[in-house]
Design a protein around this ligand. Sequence first.
Ligand code: GRF
Length: 219
Amino acid sequence: MTRSTHKIPIGVLISGSGTNLQALIDACADPAFPAEIAVVISNRRHAFGLERARKAGIPAVWLWHKPHPSREAYDAVLVDTLRAHGVQWVCMAGFMRIITRVLIDAYAGKMLNIHPALLPAFPGVDGPGQALDHGAQVAGCTVHIVTEGVDAGPILVQAAVPVLADDDRDALAARILTQEHRIFPLALRWAAEGRIRVDGDRAHVDLLPGERRSFLVDA
Ligand code: GRF
């Protein structure tokens, strides 16, 4: 298959360790990958993800939310920063902020989020912990298009993992995280190649032969 050498500039929003960011950095390092990271923005100054970005030679911006009078005012600065770097798609990779219409409208249908649960089950904080608390026997992760509402929006791809009898929260979260690193670059590829179409609450993806939108991982 011939592929354009033009890479779509993306912005990645983080708050923490940035292992998902690292998965995206690694994917983008492939010359054939259709996206490149133009900027990484963290609301937390010491987020390790900023170090990962700097190490990869990617502009890393600490944008503190505290000085801004409202969520909307903060999001307006986020949008300015993303636009200043030419960002066309935004990946939320562990960005621990509730976002507003200011950001969602600026990148309508062009924001991806990764969540450590099989949405629509267990949105919000600590998906793995919620799964354990409910005695769920299967857990997993989801990449979806961002719309208004916490962890809401059309689902693009999911990976399911078993919950094992002796799992604690961290063991389950780690099993899920491994799959997050697998599905996030995949969804970004679809986005950058213009293969996603949203129809109401559902997303359609033009899959290539052999591609799939669900992964079921055995123990
Ligand atoms: C991941 O579990 C992601 O799904 C959630 O926050 C966590 C971020 O982890 N939204 P990392 O910073 O990518 O390691």
